[in-house]
Design a protein around this ligand. Structure first.
Ligand code: ZN
Length: 341
């Protein structure tokens, strides 16, 4: 019980990409880049295992960013045709590429990186993919004409990729849907249906990660507008609880999410965010244990997986490593205490 895991990304080593930055450009290319990505994945597997993380991941070392890392290998997208778009309900205005035709995978996107990672750990292994709604909120549409329709098209591609990753030995496949916290009505209207399309036929554990974003300034500013209590989860958790997704990963530590909302996920495994990714201060094991104990009021330890609030890509590498160790040690504290009772 209380198996630990991480939400997604880990920082790239400074020899691989510019540190402490999202979307950081690679510092290597060609075969050197591929070898560097593999070395970085090995470093993070070792760091996670040493920290006592039970369900590990590649830390997204093989991709620049979780959304574009997938989209780069998809046909039907014009990367030269940039459209200015206010994404996440205008939280950031960015130039995004444009869908100009039917989307199709050019081939395996993440298979080679995953296969390498699988060969180098005996731990349970999780793989993360962007969710269909979040993809549609990160790219402009000049072809499908409706977001739900485009989401279903991407969900079909994600499903092909997920089937392939499962066959290579994934224990958990997680879809990241930060957009679920922004477009709550759409979640119920078509977001969950698109997720169901993405997990069609999978027999491994499936998860969805819904957070308030990386610890970058735009998100910190946005969070200040959300009031004293963040109740977005309240609108979507009942529908997620009724869905076929196995696990829900959410943000707790240092957030304004009322913990009682976790109680809405009574039929799911819950990945409780016990590590704040918006602060460079490394939690103590006691602080992590306190977050876990507080959440245990609303979810049984058998169904709880202590986790990070979100990806840690923009953090300094040593800070992220310290936070992994705090997570492992904090969960162990609570496990030992429960075992002693
Ligand atoms: Zn996140």
């Amino acid at each position: 019980m209380l198996q630990t895991t991480i939400a997604g990304s880990l920082p790239k080593p400074s020899w691989l990409a510019e540190p402490e930055k999202l979307w950081a450009a690679w510092r290597l290319e060609g075969d050197e880049l591929a070898a560097g990505q593999r070395d970085a994945a090995l470093v993070w597997l070792k760091e996670q295992e040493d920290a006592g993380i039970d369900i590990v991941s590649d830390g997204e070392q093989f991709r620049v960013h979780f959304v574009h890392g997938f989209l780069e290998q998809v046909e039907g997208i014009d990367w030269q045709r940039k459209t200015k778009m206010g994404i996440r309900d205008n939280r950031y205005v960015v130039d995004v590429p444009t869908v100009t035709g039917p989307v199709r995978r050019k081939g395996s996107v993440h298979g080679a990186g995953f296969e390498f990672t699988r060969a180098h750990t005996g731990h349970k292994l999780k793989f993360t993919l962007p969710g269909p709604m979040t993809i549609c909120d990160t790219i402009a549409d000049a072809h499908y004409g409706s977001r739900p329709e485009m989401a279903m098209a991407f969900a079909a591609l994600l499903n092909e990729e997920a089937q392939e990753i499962e066959a290579l030995g994934a224990d958990v496949i997680q879809f990241d849907e930060p957009a679920f916290n922004v477009f709550m009505d759409d979640v119920k209207e078509w977001g969950i249906a698109a997720l169901h399309r993405a997990i069609d036929g999978l027999s491994c554990t499936t998860a969805v990660h819904i957070c308030y974003g990386y610890g970058i300034q735009e998100n910190i500013d946005w969070k200040k507008t959300l009031g004293a209590e963040w109740r977005q989860y309240e609108e979507i958790f009942p529908a997620l609880n009724a869905s076929r997704i196995g696990q829900v990963s959410l943000e707790c530590a240092h957030s304004h999410v009322p913990l009682s909302l976790i109680g809405l996920l009574r039929d799911k495994d819950v990945l409780v965010g016990a590590i704040d990714v918006a602060s460079e201060e490394v939690e103590t094991p006691d602080q992590v244990a306190a977050t876990i104990r507080a959440a245990m009021e609303f979810v049984d330890p058998e169904r709880m997986y202590p986790c990070t609030n979100c990806g840690m890509a923009p953090l300094p590498r040593q800070v992220a490593a310290g936070k992994l160790r705090a997570l492992g040690a904090g969960a162990a504290l609570v496990r030992n205490q429960l075992g002693a009772e």
